[in-house]
Write a protein that binds this ligand. Structure first.
Ligand code: ADP
Ligand code: MG
Length: 671
């Protein structure tokens, strides 16, 4: 491993004599003792001394060394940044919430007091809050109102190696805030970038050659195994590996399996539990715990609890477990080598969520999870040759996503020339052009004398913490007298799944769902569920009977209240169209016309915008109906390119929404 010249090292010794060793099993160590057992504790004084002097610092340390939970507390305890707030950004809302909960527990305070969090549509902070965990997207939104981030004295950009599009834009925003505060003699802004990977040259270069502080962690040796042959079915391969380990390894060794998403995780969890039930007694019991972003928080916390004595813990996780959360007791990692991530084709303007190969850097991070407490094993479900062909680093998201939303935000931040924004990694000119096209179609920007300008509509759109097309749909809704319905639908789509589908009770689910199912599509079906939910006053019993996630439904109400507030500020007229749901669909067609698809004579669909072949996802209520025209929310690429969340629309409405665009591009004709 190469280190940058001038770096500062903190060597964290392994099991230093006299140190209390972490105890395993069910015995819980007091939380302040746990804090002192973390590797980073040995470096506390030196680390604080460095951070006190520096305006920019980059901190590198193994996942689990204590960076995220401890450094903000060290800063606070030693009075660094006392004049304002300390922000700690996270790419994932799950991580922001669970880390804030952990730190406030360590500080023995109630969450929302000294330690709080802010994620989209949820603000758990108070005037007392000093340590604020937040998603990178939320800090970016705050910057729109306060470009110098004057409330903050320290910004910690955590998980920087993930390079989400929001973190990347924040790099530029905090750098400029720092410079402007210096020029205006304001209280300085300290920026600390934290990463779990060694590739920091870019970060250091970008932040004025800032020093790198290395926390040399406790990494124990890990034996890596590859498959002999490429695996055509990584899920099957994962299943076989889990049970092979389960039959051979001591019961106290836990297993962590990296997979791609909720559906396959739930399916594999079920299969594992079934098989485990029928194993001979010589195999001990096994507890299978899923971990993915949309899991309710209470269930997420289960992964941190030790398994009952003599029982093996098997965690099936998405890439959340790569670096943002640390789970103890893992001895075996099974890496499918796959991840679900955004992929963008600037030529077609198409952004899809696709299951794809991880990068080498990600594969190493995954393997590393097995060596936190002792030597471990990593089973890679791919061959060594396949691994050699993985890309070395994950491409920053900014270079592989639709930039329309970010561009709108940058323009609202008053950054006119997005192409010349101080990006750490520039997006491609084609991607920028494609985003401008997208925003122009929505009427958010206009091109004038070679410049791209935000329109009045664009400014209004930027007031919503939503993707541009949803913001546009809301702004259009008064024309169709259906704002209440559109606000409900957008809120329902902004919250992780509100419907709950336990596979074991599939028939019951189908029967319960029937009364809400609308032949007009998924949006209308969701709206029906929500209307019924409100009618019974959010009754928990009703939710249970109807397989509705009552917590997420509660969240939908909060989101709607917040969106309504923004609408009132913008003087939008909020009306309900009652039973006339045709208006709602008309409005959706006008707001989402870029995501429209047409049925072909052979029964397949073509996306009207890109001419890409797409199919209706089996989870949609329109799966069998196959209407002539639909608009959809997103594309998911697995074995084929699936549209998810669809709404039945008329061709005429699409033509009315964008006559020139459809006339020119698609030869849509009126019926
Ligand atoms: P890093 O940021 O360096 O990856 P963290 O500060 O996130 O490390 O985690 C340090 C340790 O704190 C973890 O190893 C884990 O033992 C403990 N920890 C973090 N979050 C939780 C939680 N929600 N519940 C229990 N322990 C936790
Ligand atoms: Mg961390």
């Amino acid at each position: 491993k190469k280190f940058k010249p001038g770096s500062v090292f903190f060597r964290l010794e392994k099991n230093k004599p006299g140190m209390l060793l972490p105890r395993k099993g069910n015995v819980t160590t007091p939380i302040d003792v746990q804090r002192k057992q973390l590797p980073i504790y040995q470096a506390r004084t030196r680390l604080v001394n460095e951070l006190r002097q520096l305006h920019n610092a980059i901190v590198i340390g193994e996942t689990g060394s204590g960076k995220t939970t401890q450094i903000p507390q060290y800063l606070f305890e030693t009075g660094i940044g006392r004049q304002g707030l300390i922000a700690i950004t996270q790419p994932r809302r799950v991580a922001a919430i669970s880390l804030a909960a952990r730190v406030s527990e360590e500080k023995r305070t109630q969450i929302g007091k000294l330690v709080g969090y802010t994620v989209r549509f949820e603000d758990v902070t108070s005037p007392e809050t000093k340590l604020k965990f937040m998603t990178d997207g939320m800090l970016l939104r705050e910057a729109i109102g306060d470009p110098m981030l004057l409330r903050y004295t320290v910004v910690v950009l955590d998980e920087a190696h993930e390079r989400t599009v929001h973190t990347d834009v924040l790099f530029g925003v905090v750098k400029s805030a720092q410079r402007r505060r210096r020029e205006l003699n304001k209280i300085p802004l300290k920026v600390i970038v934290m990463s779990a990977t060694m590739d920091v040259d870019l970060f250091s270069e970008y932040f004025n050659k800032s020093p790198v502080l290395y926390l040399e962690g406790r990494q124990h040796p890990i034996q890596i195994y590859y498959t002999k042959q490429p695996q055509s079915d990584y899920l099957q391969a994962a299943l076989v590996s889990v049970f092979q380990i389960h039959q051979e390894a001591p019961q106290s060794h836990d297993i962590l399996v990296f997979m791609t998403g909720q559906e396959e995780i739930e399916a594999l969890a079920r299969t594992c539990r079934d098989i485990a039930k029928h194993l001979p007694d010589s195999c001990g019991p096994m507890v299978v715990i899923p971990l993915y972003a949309s899991l309710p928080p209470a269930q997420q916390l289960r992964v941190f609890q030790p398994a009952p004595k003599g029982c093996r813990k098997v965690i099936l996780a998405t890439n959340i477990a790569e670096t943002s959360v640390t789970i103890s007791g893992i001895k075996f990692v099974i890496d499918t080598g796959m991840v679900k991530a955004k992929r963008f084709n600037p030529d077609s303007g198409l952004e899809v969520l696709a299951v794809q190969r991880v990068s080498k850097a990600q594969a190493w991070q995954r393997a590393g999870r097995a060596g936190r407490e002792d030597a471990g094993f990593c089973y890679r479900l791919y061959t060594e040759q396949e691994f050699d062909n993985f890309t070395p680093m994950t491409v920053p998201e900014i270079q592989r996503c639709n930039l329309a939303g970010v561009m709108l935000q940058l323009m609202a931040l008053g950054i006119p020339d997005v192409m010349n924004f101080d990006f750490m990694s520039k997006p491609s000119p084609e991607a920028v052009r494609s985003a401008v096209d997208h925003l122009e179609l929505l009427g958010a920007v206009e091109r004038k004398d070679g410049q791209v300008l935000l329109t009045a509509l664009g400014k209004r759109m930027a007031s919503f913490p939503l993707e541009p097309r949803y913001a546009k749909t809301i702004l259009l809704s008064p024309d169709f007298s259906c704002s209440e319905e559109i606000l409900s639908i957008v809120s329902l789509l902004s919250v992780d799944t509100v419907l709950y589908n336990p596979p074991a009770r599939r028939d019951e689910v189908l029967a319960a769902r029937k009364k809400f199912t609308s032949s007009e599509g998924d949006h209308m079906t969701l709206l029906n569920v929500y209307r019924a939910f409100k009618k019974v006053g959010g009754n928990k019993e009703w939710c249970r009977e109807n397989f509705v996630n009552s917590r997420n439904m509660g969240l939908v109400k909060d989101v709607q209240a917040q969106l309504r507030e923004i609408c009132l500020k913008l003087n939008l007229k909020l009306e309900s169209c009652g039973a006339d749901t045709g208006n709602v669909r008309r409005c959706l067609a006008h707001g989402m016309f870029i995501n429209a698809a047409e049925l072909q004579p052979d029964g397949s669909y073509l996306a009207l915008d890109t001419h890409q072949a797409v199919a209706i996802h089996p989870s949609s209520v329109l799966f069998q109906a196959k209407p002539a025209y639909v608009v959809f929310n997103e594309l998911l690429y697995t074995s084929r390119c699936y549209m998810r969340d669809l709404c039945l629309v008329d061709a005429d409405w699409l033509l009315d929404a964008a006559p020139e665009y459809f006339g020119r591009k698609l030869h849509l004709s009126r019926s």
